[in-house]
Design a protein around this ligand. Structure first.
Ligand SMILES: CC(C)(COP(=O)(O)OP(=O)(O)OC[C@H]1O[C@@H](n2cnc3c(N)ncnc32)[C@H](O)[C@@H]1OP(=O)(O)O)[C@@H](O)C(=O)NCCC(=O)NCCS
Length: 146
């Protein structure tokens, strides 16, 4: 089994396959889908994917907040590959990419059920929990300088 983490092109075939995965996990359960405007808004994000034997099975993107902070968004691993360390490996890869782009802090909005995952990867909570699309979230951060 060959595993790779790579930066991918916005709206490439691979990107679109991963939009399908995101749609399945993040939108369809709420009877929602990704709008063209929303995907257009991802043009300047850094999109990263995990591939197993050439097939994309994981995704996350990094969106610039300011010169030192970047937001980790849309983290997802194909269900049959969850719980096998691929998510943690992709987050570690994202941290290397963010560092190489000059960022010193990663922030994210974690769904309540993924708090433990981010906690295990060194992310700390900040502020109060809040609802977004009826799901409880927690803002988290990790300093990646040094
Ligand atoms: C959350 C997610 C990205 C984690 O990726 P993953 O590949 O399954 O996670 P890993 O296998 O790297 O897990 C690392 C650790 O976090 C823990 N963990 C992972 N998902 C967890 C969950 N949902 N709840 C509690 N702990 C979790 C694992 O137990 C593991 O700990 P261990 O090494 O001590 O066993 C993935 O499960 C997923 O796509 N979930 C659905 C979408 C989602 O919730 N995305 C996050 C949006 S904020």
């Amino acid at each position: 089994m060959k595993t790779e983490h790579e930066r991918i092109e916005w709206r490439s075939t691979e990107y679109e396959k991963l939009v399908d995965l995101r749609d399945r996990l993040f939108r369809r359960p709420f009877d929602l889908s990704y709008s063209a405007e929303e995907l257009d808004g991802e043009l300047n994000d850094i999109a990263l994917a995990t591939r197993i034997d050439e097939q994309p099975i994981g995704f996350l993107s990094l969106r610039r907040v300011d010169d030192s902070v970047v937001q980790l968004r849309q983290m997802v691993i194909e269900p049959e590959f969850q719980g096998q360390g691929f998510g943690s490996d992709l987050v570690e890869f994202a941290e290397q990419v963010a560092k190489s782009e000059g960022y010193t802090r990663i922030v994210l909005d974690a769904r309540e059920e993924s708090l433990e995952f981010y906690n295990k990867n060194g992310y700390l909570p900040m502020g109060e929990k809040f609802f977004y699309k009826t799901v409880m979230h927690q803002k988290m951060y990790k300093d990646i300088c040094g």
